[in-house]
Design a protein around this ligand. Structure first.
Ligand code: M6R
Length: 606
C-alpha cells in the first residue's frame, strides 16, 4: 500500500515525481505529498494534501521552486486518518530532513515516547514520523551521512517498511531502504529513480535494480550505491523491464478495469503459451514435485478464490489432498507442515504481506514453495523455490480481473502437471482438458460480446440493497468472487453461497425482488439439476434470478449465455459476466471504478 517515488537527475524533479505518483496512485489514494530540495538556497520545499493526488496537483500551480531532486508519496492510511497532517512526507524538527514511508513501524509507540522525552515534537499521528526524528538524530551522529543514518535507524525499527529520505544539506541525494515491502531502483542516464514499482519510471528507463531485504540504496544522478545494514557494499542485480509504458495506459477505455476485462483473452492465451502439454522444466526446476503428499494453497481475496477453484482441479486430476487457506489466518494456527508439503502462494502483486508471511512460516517448516505470481522479481517469487508466472501484464485497477483469470489457468496447469507426473489422470481426460484449455481465449471473447446487454440489465438493479451469488462445485468459489467484486466496487451488500447451503440459513435473506445471480454448473453435469432446484427454492420466495449458464434455464428471469466448456474450466467463462455486473453497478452508483474507497491494489501490511 502507499506509493513511493524519488527522482534525482538532469530534469526538474517535479515532473517525474508527479508522473510516478500518478502511476502509483493505485497503491493508495487517501492523501499525497511531495518534498523537493530547491536549487536556489538548498531548502526543503514540501506540499501535501488529504485526498487524491488531484487535490495536491490543484494547489501546486506555478509556485513550485526549481529542484532536481525530490520524493513523492501517495498514502493508504494505517496509523492516523487521511488528513493533511498525516500525509507524507514527514519532517524532522529542523525542517531539513523529509521522509516517506510505506508499511507499518510496529514499535512506533515506544520510539515516539523515547523521542518525545528527548524533546522531539511530533506533528502527526502516524507511525512514520518517528523515522524522520530518528534519522535526524542519527545523521548528526554520523557526521551528516544520511545513508549511515538510514542503516542505523533500520536496525531500530520493527515491522515492514520502504523508506525514502532526503536532506536539504545534500541536494541530489536520496537514500532508500526496504524490509518486507517493495523498493526498486530505476537506472537512468544522468538520472536515477527509487520507487515502489517500476511503473513509476518505466517511461524514462527500462533498467531496474532489485533491492533485497534490509538493503539501503544511496542514489545521486550519476551513482547508485547499495549496502546492507552493516554498510557492506553489495553488487547490483540489474534487470530489463519486459513490458512497456503503453501496457499501463488506459488505451481508449473509460477505466482500467474495463480495459483489463477486455484483455482477458490475451492474458489467458499468454499464460497458456507453451505450457498446455507440460510446464517447462525451467518453471519447476527448483522443486521435486514427485515427493509431496499434500498441497496447501495460501492467498488472499480474489487470489484465494482462484485457489479454491484450484483445489477442485488439483484434487481430482492429481489425486492429492489440497487445503486452501486464507493467508492472513494460516500461520497463526500453527498448522502442521513438513518437507512433503507443497505450498502454493498465489499473488498478483507478489508483495501481499499476509501471503508472504504465511509462506515464510511454511518454508521455515520445510515446505517446498511453488509460487503463482504476476509480478516478475517481486518478493514472493524471489523467496520461492519455483515460480509459475502468470502473464496477465500490469493490472492497474484495484479490482482484480485478468489476474484472476490467469491464476485460474495456473491452477489448471499445475493440476494437469501434477496429474501427469503422478500418473493419476487418464490420457483421455488430459487430452480433453488440454483441448478445452486452448479454446478458452476464444470462448472468453464470445462472453465479452454479451457485455453491452449485461450492462443494461445491471443498471436495472442499481437501487437494490443486496445481491446474492449462488454456485455449486467450482461455481461456488466463482460466486464468492462475484460477491467480492460487487462489494469492492458497488459498496453494496453481496454474498456468495454454495447453492446447497442456502436452506441451512441464508435463504432467510431472500425477499421479494432480491436479485440472485446463479452460476449454473455445466449442462449435463452432476450438479446441474440440484442447482436448478436450489434456484426454484429462492425464486419461490420472490428472488429475481439472473442465470449465468451454458444452456437455457426455465427458472431464469434473465439469462446470460456462456459457451460450453469442461465443467472444471467453467469459472474462466462465468466470472466475466460477474466482473461486468460489478463494473456497471459501480458506474451506476457513481463510484470510482479503478480506485474504490478504502482499498489499495497491493496490500503490503498485515
Ligand atoms: O496481489 P495479490 O494477488 O496477493 O492480492 C490479493 C488480494 O488483495 C486481491 O486479490 C484483492 O482481493 C483484489 N483487489 C480483489 O479484487
Amino acid at each position: 500500500m502507499c506509493g513511493i517515488v524519488g527522482y534525482t537527475g538532469k530534469d526538474l524533479a517535479l515532473g517525474p515525481v508527479l508522473e510516478g505518483l500518478r502511476k502509483l496512485e493505485y497503491r493508495g489514494y487517501d492523501s499525497a505529498g511531495i518534498a523537493l530540495i530547491t536549487d536556489a538556497g538548498e531548502k526543503l520545499w514540501i506540499e501535501k494534501r488529504a485526498g487524491k493526488l488531484g487535490n495536491l496537483e490543484e494547489i501546486l500551480g506555478d509556485k513550485v521552486p526549481n529542484s532536481h531532486s525530490g520524493i513523492g508519496h501517495t498514502r493508504w492510511a494505517t496509523h492516523g486518518g487521511p488528513t493533511d497532517e498525516n500525509a507524507h512526507p514527514h519532517l524532522d524538527n529542523e525542517g531539513k530532513l523529509a521522509v516517506i514511508h510505506n508499511g507499518i513501524i510496529e514499535n512506533y509507540l515506544e520510539l515516539r515516547q523515547q523521542l518525545e522525552k528527548a524533546g522531539h515534537i511530533f506533528k502527526s499521528e502516524t507511525d512514520s514520523e518517528s523515522v524522520a526524528h530518528l534519522l535526524s538524530d542519527s545523521r548528526k551522529k554520523h557526521g551528516g551521512d544520511l545513508a549511515a543514518a538510514m542503516r542505523e535507524v533500520c536496525q531500530q525499527l520493527r515491522g515492514s517498511f520502504t523508506l525514502l529520505a532526503i536532506h536539504s544539506d545534500q541536494p541530489g541525494r536520496i537514500v532508500g531502504a526496504r524490509r518486507n515491502s517493495p523498493l526498486v531502483v530505476g537506472v537512468g542516464d544522468g538520472e536515477n529513480f527509487l520507487a515502489s514499482d517500476v511503473s513509476a519510471f518505466i517511461s524514462h528507463t527500462k533498467r531496474a535494480l532489485e533491492l533485497g531485504q534490509d538493503e539501503v540504496a544511496d542514489i545521486t544522478a550519476d551513482a547508485i550505491v547499495i549496502t546492507n545494514l552493516t554498510g557492506k557494499t553489495l553488487p547490483h542485480n540489474e534487470y530489463e523491464i519486459s513490458w512497456d509504458a503503453s501496457a499501463a495506459e488506459r488505451g481508449g477505455f473509460e477505466h482500467f478495469m474495463l480495459k483489463e476485462i477486455f484483455e482477458q483473452p490475451k492474458a489467458i492465451a499468454d499464460t497458456l503459451l507453451g505450457r498446455i502439454s507440460g510446464l517447462e522444466s525451467d518453471v519447476t526446476k527448483g522443486i521435486d514435485l514427485k515427493n509431496i503428499d499434500k498441497v496447501v494453497i495460501i492467498a488472499c481475496g480474489t487470489a484465494y478464490h482462484a485457489g479454491l477453484v484450484g483445489k477442485y482441479a488439483i484434487e481430482k486430476w492429481a489425486n492429492i489432498a489440497v487445503d486452501v487457506e486464507l493467508a492472513s489466518e494460516y500461520r497463526y494456527r500453527e498448522p502442521s507442515v513438513d518437507n512433503k508439503t507443497l505450498l502454493i502462494p498465489i499473488s498478483q502483486s507478489g508483495e501481499t504481506m499476509d501471503t508472504l508471511m504465511a509462506m515464510r512460516y511454511a518454508k521455515e517448516k520445510g515446505a517446498k514453495v511453488f509460487a503463482v505470481c504476476n509480478t516478475n522479481g517481486s518478493t514472493i517469487p524471489r523467496e520461492s523455490d519455483a515460480v509459475l508466472y502468470t502473464h496477465a501484464g500490469p493490472e492497474i485497477a484495484v479490482a482484480s480481473t485478468k489476474a484472476f483469470e490467469t491464476q485460474l489457468i495456473a491452477m489448471y496447469l499445475i493440476g494437469l502437471h501434477l496429474g501427469r507426473i503422478r500418473g493419476t489422470i487418464s490420457a483421455e481426460l488430459m487430452a480433453e482438458i488440454e483441448s478445452e484449455l486452448s479454446e478458452l481465449p476464444a470462448k472468453v471473447e464470445q462472453v465479452l460480446e454479451t457485455v453491452e446487454p449485461l450492462r443494461e440489465l445491471t443498471r436495472k438493479f442499481s437501487k437494490s440493497t443486496s445481491m446474492l451469488f449462488l454456485g455449486r462445485h467450482v461455481g461456488f468459489p466463482t460466486a464468492l468472487e462475484g460477491a467480492l467484486k460487487l462489494k469492492e466496487l458497488a459498496y453494496m451488500h453481496a454474498e456468495g453461497f454454495a447453492g446447497g447451503e442456502l436452506k441451512h440459513g441464508p435463504i432467510a435473506l431472500i425477499e421479494d425482488g432480491t436479485p440472485v445471480v446463479a452460476i449454473m454448473p455445466a449442462a449435463g453435469s452432476l450438479l446441474a439439476e440440484k442447482m436448478a432446484s436450489n434456484i426454484q427454492e429462492v425464486k419461490a420466495r420472490g428472488a429475481v434470478i439472473i442465470a449465468i449458464a451454458d444452456s437455457p434455464l426455465a427458472a431464469a428471469n434473465h439469462l446470460v449465455r456462456i459457451p460450453t466448456t469442461h465443467e472444471f474450466l467453467q469459472p474462466v467463462l462465468s466470472v466475466v459476466p460477474l466482473q461486468v455486473i460489478a463494473y456497471e453497478m459501480a458506474i451506476a452508483r457513481g463510484n470510482d471504478v479503478d480506485q474504490p474507497r478504502n482499498l489499495a491494489k497491493s496490500v503490503t501490511v498485515e
